[in-house]
Design a protein around this ligand. Sequence first.
Ligand code: NZQ
Ligand code: ZN
Length: 387
Amino acid sequence: MNNFIFKNGTKVIFGKSTEELVGIEVKKYTDKVLLHYGGGSIKRTGLYDTIIKSLDEHNIEVFELGGVKPNPRLTLVQEGIDLCRSKNIDFILAVGGGSVIDSAKAIGVGVNYEGNVWDFYDYKTSPEKSINLGVILTIPAAGSETSPSSVITNEKERLKRGVTADCMRPEFAILNPELTYTLPDYQTACGAADMLAHVMERYFVQTEDVRFTDRLCEATMKTIIEQAEKLIYDTESYAARSELMWCGTVAHNDILDTGRGGDWASHSMEHEISAMNDIAHGAGLAIVFPAWMKYVYRENKGKFLQFTTRVFNIDQNFDDPDETILKGIKALETFFTNIGLPTRLSDIEFDESLIPEMAQKATLNGPIGSFKSLLKDDVEKIYNLAL
Ligand code: NZQ
Ligand code: ZN
């Protein structure tokens, strides 16, 4: 097990009707807030009215910036920075999913930075301070509600890049599973794929003697798979919605990578898919992860056998470990298909000729991945396996 420091300072407030507490929580920090949200789901569901009422009751002045698109855009981030500066806003309340939260994080670090906020995403410099953020989560998926990361798309350059810095972690995150009843099935599925991928990125490492966190990862993966499948038939199961929501947070709140590394090559490869094709991140992961597995499993067959036997309860064929492993990868693909996700680039409108450019962009800052270090050629092969 590796040395580690674990600190996750985000307060999680979980359960039914917890969004009504937002005024009390925000008031601890400020009297003036930027309410940041997406394309309008929060207005259709009535959540917007609940929030405004609670903020009003606590005499909190509200400025608004809606319109965050999935795969959040740099242009809107810049608009948010200008708004916060001109109105002296020192707190952002992000209401939505990973896209809204990541956009809020980018605004938060951009407000007091004199240069272009893209500098952080271009790895020219690291964010050191942010204005405070609070979150009301409406889709369990990205784990951004307690993560120190933000992923932004520079739409002009068709680049999607992530930044991680402790100052980006929200102060609080309100998680009410009831708010997720209105999600389209496809978004629920994309969310499940993303959180599963967050666990797999941490699980498939070469670090030894990490039995405890391996078991935690396996429990999280099994729960995600079971509960996402339950939701296909019973979309308003509070039990399943709440399990999935908590899994989504735990999958990405850093507890599962204590004492071990992470791979993250599949995420890097996915970011190129969603940057070029503007598909949901979870759908891109359902496509790229099985292909990555097929390409790298020989680097540590024992780990893949453990995954197959423990997560999917598939018996091991001791004469032919490869056969067992390939059954495990197939079981993962079947899970994605069952919940309505694509598992091949050919399942989406995809232009094969983009592959060399995507591979080049994914490895722009050097090789990716740690389970197996991947160069541009490897990445091209993986995209081709995903066709
Ligand atoms: O925009 P609105 O109208 O709100 O609709 C959203 C959006 O269209 C809709 N939605 C959300 N909650 C809803 C709802 N519709 C009905 N009822 C509700 N309760 O769902 C759609 C997708 O929302 P989005 O925020 O894009 O989803 P997600 O949470 O999956 O976030 C994806 C983004 O997060 C990034 C991804 O790359 C992607 O850009 N990630 C961020 C990470 C982080 N910051 O730590 C890590 C992840 O690996 C990921 O890369
Ligand atoms: Zn992800």
